[in-house]
Each structure stands twice: as C-alpha cells, then as structure tokens.
Ligand binder design. Structure first.
Ligand code: DGL
Length: 262
C-alpha cells in the first residue's frame, strides 16, 4: 500500500504547481496526476457540475490504486471536497486561498484575493474568510479569463498582463499589502504579477502548506512510502499533451505523460 501513488487532480495544468511542492517535500512518493483540461475552466461552472467532474476524477484515480487524493484545485475543493470525503474512504487533501497567513501579517489591514468565480461564491470560502476577517478588509476579485489563457500556454501574453492590470488596479488603489492567489493556476502568473505589483506587496499561495498537510496525513495514516528510490510520476491529460509537457519541462526525473480520454 505504501508504494501506491498519491493521486492529484485539477481542472487542468494549474495543479502541477502543487505537484511540484509535493515532489520537493516527498521525493520518494509516486504520483498520478489528472489534468481535466477538456472541462476547464471549472470556475465558471455550477456547483453540481464541479462535483460531477470531481467524482469522475476521483473514480479514475482510485482505479489507479491511489492511497490519498489531493484536490489540487481551489474551485473543486470549495465546491466538492465535503461530498468526496463523505462518499470515499481514502483521505482527501484540499486547497483553499491562504487568507489566514495574509490576514495575520497584513499591516495595512487590507488584503486582496484573486480566485475563480466558483471559489469566491462558495460557502466554504465565505466561512473561511469570515473567520479571519477580524478587522481585516478582504478585497475579492474574480480572475475571469485567466485560466483559459494559462490552459493555452499563454502565461506571458499581452492579453494576460492586460487582464491582470485590470483586476489588480482597484485593489492597489485601496492599499492592499498582500495578494492571495486563490487558484492553483495562478502561481504560474507570478513573473507577470511581479512586473505589475509594487515590490512591497507580498504574494501568497497555499502550495507549500498543501504539501506539508499531505505529508502529515500520510504519516498519521501510516501511508508514507519508505522506498529508497526516487518516485515515479504519471501525468494524464484529456486535452493537449504538449501544453501539459510545457509546464513540466524543467522537471527531469521519472516523468511520463500520456493522453487519456476521461
Ligand atoms: N486550478 C483551479 C483552481 O484552483 C482552476 C479552476 C478553473 O478551472 O476555473 O481553482
């Protein structure tokens, strides 16, 4: 069981940002990653559809023998993880916008959150932000259009920069000092964000915290892989394999990518 893979899914390539954190923290674990790019973006879909897609991905990962599932998508976590935990026996790790650390450290008491419509409208997001909103103003912004651009590999395009400027200007005018990235696709935008944001604004995401939580839950359940060899990593996409590969091109060891009709 312990050498069974960790399953990871996202609406597309964004969750590879989480996979990178997991691989860095636990290099001996095997992983299976599903990029559900054919159905991206999840963020514009109704809750029921997001749940349906999350169930489809979970069943496929379970059929591949995964011992734990990381829902590497804020939108799927906030809309579907409660149901997944109820219906399946494996442990699930989710990802939510890192409001807590930003709220604790903000000096200006104003933080910005950039996330999908599906995440920002979910009840889980609302309860988390209310818990940490004590004296803090949270400025929410939907990142409409960003996920499709990233899915096309257009991370550094003029259109991407233009959208980011449009979305961030109101928050900057309000005086935020933290920007929370509430979508696993968005860490890939950090180089562009750095061109736009004044240096004093801190960018936070939840990738490392998710990897640490994954490790803790594996340990708690006695599921850590104790093998000495470096882990193997299988990636599946139901869309363009070249784009998925472009997000992995600096990663060398033990990686396989394949198209799968799921
Ligand atoms: N990576 C997903 C997230 O973290 C993107 C959602 C989408 O496909 O809109 O929310």
């Amino acid at each position: 069981m312990n050498d069974s893979p960790i399953g990871i899914f996202d609406s597309g390539v964004g969750g590879t940002s989480i996979w990178k954190e997991i691989k860095t923290l636990m290099p001996h674990e095997n992983t299976v990653y599903l990029a559900d790019s054919r159905y991206a973006p999840y963020g514009e879909k109704p809750e029921e559809r997001i749940l349906q897609l999350s169930i489809k991905n979970t069943e496929l990962l379970l059929s591949k023998g995964c011992k734990l599932i990381v829902v590497a998508c804020n939108t799927a976590t906030t809309n579907a993880i409660a149901h997944l935990r109820k219906y399946y026996k494996v442990p699930f790790i989710g990802i939510e916008p890192a409001i807590k650390p930003a709220a604790l450290q903000s000096q200006s008491k104003k933080i910005g959150v950039l996330a999908t419509k599906g995440t920002l409208s979910s009840s889980l997001f609302h309860s988390t932000s209310e818990n940490h909103a004590n004296g803090i103003q949270i400025l929410e912004q939907e990142g409409t259009g960003l996920v499709p651009l990233i899915e096309q590999g257009m991370v550094k395009s003029a259109k991407t920069k233009e959208l980011l400027i449009k979305y961030l200007e109101p928050m900057l005018a309000e005086g935020i000092d933290y920007l929370v990235l509430g979508c696993t696709h968005y860490p890939y935008l950090i180089p562009v964000l750095k061109e736009i944001l004044p240096e004093k604004i801190r960018i936070v995401d939840s990738g490392e915290a998710v990897a640490r939580q994954t490790k803790a839950i594996l340990e708690k359940n006695g599921l850590r892989n104790t093998a000495k060899e470096i882990g193997r990593h299988q990636f599946y996409t139901n869309a363009d394999i070249a784009i998925l590969r472009s997000f992995l091109n600096r990663e060398q060891s033990n990686i396989e990518t394949a198209f799968l009709d799921f």
